[in-house]
Design a protein around this ligand. Structure first.
Ligand code: FE2
Length: 430
């Protein structure tokens, strides 16, 4: 195993100056609060399913991460506001200790939201003291991990709140309608194919900045020739799949997928509902008519796989996706654009929508790269222990902070999950 710094996946974090790390810290912490700004106190406690945590819990747990892994260990004299928070806001770290049941996070009406904001302020103040010190590369790496962790939870705040608000019969909007959504939008661009040659390609992280341990080690993967679609699958294309009775055609589905479709009576993506014969869907701006030119979103891996089969194609492997993304600028419709909804693909002569809009399901199971070692200690529980029964998604979404994404970034969810901004890009053999 490499040094602690390497196994944390934060090589090069020492190059980040103290001032810029402190600046990043303030920026990330403020963004979480901004994500919650449109929420009422009651909205902060929504947990409409076990997987979707209350916004209040996200605000506390991200703070807990800095308290447990940085302040308690590395700021002499640090005193917690409440020792019970150590277990109360633990998510899944067995090495840290016990924690409340995930599905019961909504019962934490106390401490109040006001008290949790005081907890955030307390930890922020102590972190300022820590960040003013000369941090070792390991410690700077841990701060970077905490910041990237909080950015992941910012995306979850948005997707979990969306799920909670959608469960309300009133379908209340998260915020007032975004101005850009009111504009007349263009139709979808024509779908074309980009070809990639067979070869042995390096996969995994090479950069010196922060990365998660699951993106390493860099290793070679042999790929057969393949083609990748120029843009994401649209709602209009998905409607054709629906109109072809695909949700009732067993031959299109994986066995687990077919069972899931039948058990849950799925007949459309999550958040879609028919009103007077027209399809509408719930967005963070409330109910909107489904725009056929926009990328389809909130589909499971099972639906992505079935759609690809129906279309005579397949999903890309995560390695094919990473190779294709190599020369694509990491620009797109991220959280930063403020749209918080996937947008119509621009006319482009190159691959479009690779970054932002929706996480793209790949056909790759979430597994360790050859030679992978989780970090020692509690933070080693961050990624490695989840490497079973999940599929990899790539590219980030309209709820991902832009500074959080990388070409080598591996997101992962179980194949039935739909509540993240998840969509489809087709691939094929050459
Ligand atoms: Fe977490």
């Amino acid at each position: 195993m490499g040094s602690t710094t390497e196994s944390l996946g934060v090589v090069g974090a020492a190059a980040v100056s103290k001032a810029s790390l402190a600046e990043q810290f303030r920026c990330v912490r403020q963004t979480s609060v901004r994500c919650c700004a449109p929420l009422s106190v009651e909205d902060h406690s929504l947990q409409a399913m076990p997987d979707a945590s209350p916004a209040k819990w996200h605000l506390a747990h991200t703070t807990w991460f800095f308290e447990i892994f940085l302040l308690t260990e590395h700021l002499p004299g640090y005193k917690t506001i409440n020792p019970a928070f150590r277990n109360l806001f633990n998510s899944y770290y067995n090495a840290v200790g016990d924690r409340p049941l995930r599905a019961m996070r909504h019962v934490l009406s106390r401490p109040s939201l006001e008290e949790l904001h005081a907890y955030r302020a307390h930890v922020d103040e102590a972190m300022e003291q820590l960040l003013a010190r000369d941090l070792s590369p390991d410690l700077a790496g841990l701060v970077a991990l905490g910041l990237n962790h909080e950015q992941q939870h910012q995306e979850l705040i948005l997707t979990d709140v969306k799920y909670g608000l959608a469960a309300n019969p009133l379908r209340p909007a998260y915020r007032a309608r975004h101005a850009e959504c009111a504009q007349t939008e263009p139709g979808a661009s024509e779908l074309t194919w980009f070809s990639f040659a067979k070869g042995l390609y390096p996969i995994g992280v090479e950069s010196e900045g922060f990365y998660f341990d699951n993106e390493s080690p860099r290793h070679n993967v042999y790929l057969e020739p393949f083609r990748l679609a120029s843009r994401l699958v649209t709602n209009g294309e998905y409607l054709e799949f629906m109109h072809d009775q695909s949700y009732a055609t067993a031959a299109l589905w994986l066995s687990d997928g077919w069972d899931t479709v039948r058990a849950n009576q799925w007949n459309a993506p999550l958040y879609w509902e028919q009103r007077n014969g027209d399809w509408w869907h719930f967005t963070l701006d409330g109910m909107q008519p489904v725009n056929e030119a926009e990328p389809v979103c909130h589909v499971s891996y099972y639906e992505a796989d079935a759609f690809a089969r129906w279309a005579g194609a397949r999903l890309a492997t995560e390695f094919e996706w990473e190779l294709a993304a190599l020369n694509v600028p990491m620009e797109g419709n991220f959280m930063d654009s403020g749209a918080l909804h996937p947008q119509v693909a621009p006319d482009s002569t190159s691959l479009s929508q690779m970054f932002g809009d929706v996480w793209e399901w790949t056909g790759s199971a979430y597994l360790a790269y050859p030679g992978y070692h989780p970090a020692p200690g509690a933070v080693g529980e961050y990624n490695g222990k989840f490497m079973s029964n999940q599929m990899v998604l790539r590219g980030g979404s309209c709820a991902t902070p832009q500074s959080h994404i990388r070409r080598t970034y591996r997101n992962f969810f179980p194949p039935h999950a739909r509540w993240q901004f998840m969509g489809i890009r087709l691939a094929n053999g050459d």
